[in-house]
Ligand binder design. Structure first.
Ligand SMILES: [Mg+2]
Length: 347
């Protein structure tokens, strides 16, 4: 693993990211779609990146849907994809479990169709009851119809000493009506009942990144995501560069306060960022410049000067602020006040 890249400011790129990298490892929710609908500029940007020769792969922590179902959804939205373009945490946890169990072993399935298909693909036999003689418990998001009785089965089996695997531990799932409990919340239920700890596969952990690289054959991938503690940290753990887009859960204040493992290589507004180069952020004395903006520290506050009209410019202001905040924070977390500087950007 290499963590060689500069973590004190966003990087520049003289060429479009879609040319500088061979494969985009794209998160889905908050990047390609939100609440089932395509995010603005996603469809056109992905179409153009692919036409230019970039391989697109979709990497999701959601273990409920099969790659076929995800690919169908993407194709409906106007982003043609096949099942082999989709990598799920269900696939990653199935490989993780299969590596530790005899071939053809029975596993207690606590989850949905995506996990069932992934376990079978690795030669494991999903069973429904702790009394069906399973060799392990595998838990993934089961959707809104999963009953409390499933957690009871998991608890019985784990308390008998069986190994326990979880696809991912995202505590929440954003949906059209709000925030719902995710697989991480369900894992907490079983953890409380058993006192055991699962082995976890999903982002930001290495099994998911390994699954992605194995399935895509990417030589020079870039991770594209909206979440610092899964997408960006997953890229960091895998020694891969990353692009944060601001179409999902992360806002400017969170980005400025990111510890080193949560700092992306690049930041852009949306997936149009794949099609362009990225501006350099340059030191200017104690300050940092990007585009028409200069960011510096005054007392306990980050301040921003300059700027002009136009969308791209506000991003340059944020990039300059990142450099000032991250440089000052070093290996820690920036605790300066950032509200006024960010308000001026209108992002
Ligand atoms: Mg996301």
């Amino acid at each position: 693993m290499s963590h060689q890249q500069d973590r004190s400011r966003p990087s520049g790129s003289g060429t479009a990211l879609s040319e500088a990298y061979d494969t985009a490892l794209l998160d889905l929710d908050g990047v390609v779609y939100a609440g089932g609908e395509a995010i603005g500029h996603a469809v056109e940007s992905l179409t153009e990146a692919r036409a230019g020769g970039m391989r697109l792969a979709y990497v999701t922590n959601n273990a409920l849907r099969t790659p076929d179902a995800v690919a169908e959804h993407l194709t409906e939205l106007g982003v043609p994809a096949g099942p082999s373009d989709v990598i799920t945490s269900a696939q990653a946890v199935a490989r993780l479990a299969a590596g530790q169990l005899p071939s053809g072993a029975r596993v207690l399935l606590i989850g949905g169709e995506g996990l069932r298909v992934a376990l079978r693909e690795r030669g494991l036999v999903p069973v429904e009851s702790a009394d069906d003689d399973p060799a392990a418990v595998v838990q993934g998001y089961g959707g809104p119809d999963m009953t409390w009785g499933r957690f009871a089965e998991a608890s019985y089996a784990i308390r008998r000493g069986l190994p326990w695997f979880a696809s991912n531990t995202d505590l929440t799932i954003p949906g059209a009506r709000g925030i719902a409990p995710g697989n991480g919340a369900a894992v907490e239920v079983v953890r409380i009942a058993t006192g055991a700890e699962p082995q976890v596969a999903g982002k930001p952990l290495p099994p998911m990144h390994r699954e992605t690289v194995l399935r895509t054959g990417a030589k020079r991938p870039i991770v594209v995501g909206d979440r610092l503690d899964t997408d960006i940290e997953g890229a960091f753990n895998g020694g891969v560069e990353s692009l944060l887009v601001l179409t999902g859960v992360t806002d400017g204040a969170q980005l400025l306060a990111a510890p080193p493992q949560h700092r992306p290589t690049y930041v852009d507004r949306d997936l149009r960022g794949l099609l362009t180069g990225q501006p350099e952020v340059t030191p200017a004395g104690e300050a940092y410049r990007c585009g028409g903006w200069t960011a510096s520290v005054r007392g306990d506050e980050l301040v921003l000067a300059g700027g002009s009209d136009g969308e791209g410019d506000a991003l340059d202001g944020l990039r300059a602020l990142c450099a000032a905040a991250w440089t000052l924070a070093g290996a820690g977390v920036c605790e300066l006040r950032t509200g006024k500087a960010l308000a001026g950007l209108g992002l």
